[in-house]
Design a protein around this ligand. Structure first.
Ligand code: 5GP
Length: 188
C-alpha cells in the first residue's frame, strides 16, 4: 500500500485544525482521519464527519478489543483515538491520511510509522497569545480554559520530537508553509 501519513499536532488553540481543514480541501490526495471520541459533540459538529462520537463504555470496549492504533485520555474522562480501520479505509481509497491529533498521539503515530509519516508540531507564537485565542474562541468555560493552558505548557516540551515545528504567528504564512511541507514530503 502506497499511502502516507501527515500528522499535525499542537496544543489546542494554536490553529492546527484550521491548517488541517485547509490542506484537506486542496488537491493533494489527502483524506482526514476521523477519530473516535467519548466527548460530547459541539454545536455544528456532525457524527462521522469531525469525529465518531461514542460512549465511554464503547470506547473502553474498543481499547480492550485492540481497535485503536493509538488512543489518549486527552482530558480527564475524555478519550480520543485513531481507529485502526481509518488508515486502511484511507489507503484503500488511494489517498494519504491526514491527522489532527494531540501531541502525545502524534509522537506515538510517528514512532509507529517512521518514514511513511511526516509529523508537524504547530506552535502558537506564545502562551499569552494562545490564551487570547482560546478566550476569543469562547467554546470553553474558565475551568476548561485553565486545563487547556496547563496542558499546552506541558505539550510544548514535545515539539523537538517532531519532523517540523511550524510557528503559527500569521495564519496565511502558516497555511503556505504547511502546504509546501506536505507537497515536498509527497514529492508532488
Ligand atoms: P477537541 O476536543 O478540541 O476536538 O480535541 C482535543 C484534542 O484531541 C486536540 O488536540 C485533537 O487534535 C486531539 N485528538 C483528536 N483526535 C485524536 C486522536 O485520535 N488521538 C489523539 N491522541 N488525540 C486526538
Amino acid at each position: 500500500m502506497g499511502g502516507k501519513l501527515l500528522i499535525f499536532s499542537a496544543p489546542s488553540g494554536s490553529g492546527k485544525s484550521t491548517i488541517v481543514q485547509h490542506l484537506v480541501k486542496l488537491d493533494l490526495g489527502l483524506a482526514f482521519s476521523i477519530s473516535a471520541t467519548s466527548r460530547q459533540a459541539r454545536e455544528g459538529e456532525v457524527d462521522g464527519r469531525e469525529y465518531h462520537f461514542i460512549s465511554s463504555d464503547l470506547f473502553r470496549e474498543k481499547i480492550d478489543n485492540n481497535g485503536f492504533i493509538e488512543w489518549e485520555e486527552v482530558y480527564p474522562g475524555q478519550f480520543y483515538g485513531t481507529p485502526k480501520s481509518e488508515v486502511d479505509r484511507i489507503w484503500n481509497s488511494g489517498q494519504h491520511a491526514l491527522f489532527d491529533i494531540d501531541v502525545v498521539g502524534g509522537v506515538n503515530l510517528k514512532k509507529e510509522y517512521g518514514e511513511k509519516a511526516l509529523s508537524v508540531f504547530v506552535k502558537p507564537p506564545s502562551l499569552q497569545e494562545l490564551e487570547q485565542r482560546l478566550l476569543s474562541r469562547g467554546t470553553d468555560d474558565s475551568e476548561a480554559l485553565k486545563k487547556r493552558l496547563g496542558k499546552a505548557e506541558y505539550e510544548m516540551q514535545f515539539s523537538s520530537q517532531f519532523d517540523h515545528i511550524l510557528v503559527n504567528d500569521s495564519l496565511e504564512k502558516a497555511l503556505t508553509v504547511a502546504e509546501s511541507l506536505v507537497r515536498n514530503f509527497l514529492a508532488l
